[in-house]
Design a protein around this ligand. Structure first.
Ligand code: VGL
Ligand code: ZN
Length: 191
């Protein structure tokens, strides 16, 4: 697969709370960081946009178990757990989109309540490469929204990990992304 003009990279939720030791730790999540760093260099070397999103919740977010949601408290805005890993080589000028910022509203997609769509249109992007955390929530929902909004999407299979709240969720998410037309690739498949 040739990467070039009109392509952008979206790095999803590489935040301490999703990494080993975090409050919503995803198994082996730290393994995606070196790969994402390599994808970041790849895009930067070709002068293609690199963007990031983050989960950025109020302390009493409705997705937290204490409020009837499925998750332990995680990625509370401004806390250490919500920071990007310092192992992630995100370019300092990469735009960052915060999601899940409204107490009453879950927002798994990087497009939900953010200006990501506007930004991509401004930069004349028509295809996004998506990697990061988590396969079965933010990556999945971002790919589904991207498709609805008319973007092509490419999932970086070697740079994403699933929460697997229910066993098999990650695999099912990959099937759903395929079914909506996303391409699934690994690092050696792009040039
Ligand atoms: C996510 C679980 C809870 C995600 C966010 O962004 O994938 N997963 N909150
Ligand atoms: Zn969340």
């Amino acid at each position: 697969m040739k990467v070039g003009k009109g392509d952008a990279l979206l790095v999803v939720d590489i935040q301490y709370d999703f990494l080993p030791g975090g409050s919503l730790a995803v198994q082996d999540a730290d393994q995606v960081i070196p790969l994402l760093n390599d994808y970041i260099s790849f895009f930067r070397n070709r002068h293609l946009p690199v963007l990031a999103c983050r989960d950025w919740h109020p302390h009493d977010h409705s997705s937290f178990a204490e409020n009837g949601g499925p998750w332990p408290p995680h990625c509370i805005a401004g806390t250490h757990g919500a920071q990007f890993s310092d192992q992630l080589a995100l370019p300092p000028d990469a735009p960052v989109f915060s999601k899940g910022t409204v107490r009453e509203k879950e927002a798994y997609s990087a497009f939900d309540g953010t200006e990501l769509d506007e930004k991509l249109r401004e930069e004349a992007i028509n295809r996004i490469f998506i990697g990061g955390l988590t396969t079965d929530y933010c990556v999945l929902n971002s790919v589904l929204d991207a498709s609805r909004l008319g973007y092509d999407s490419v999932v970086l299979l070697d740079a994403t990990k699933a929460v697997n709240l229910n066993p098999g969720d990650g695999k099912a998410a990959i099937e759903r992304m395929k079914a909506c037309g996303a391409s699934l690739i690994k690092r050696e498949e792009i040039s």
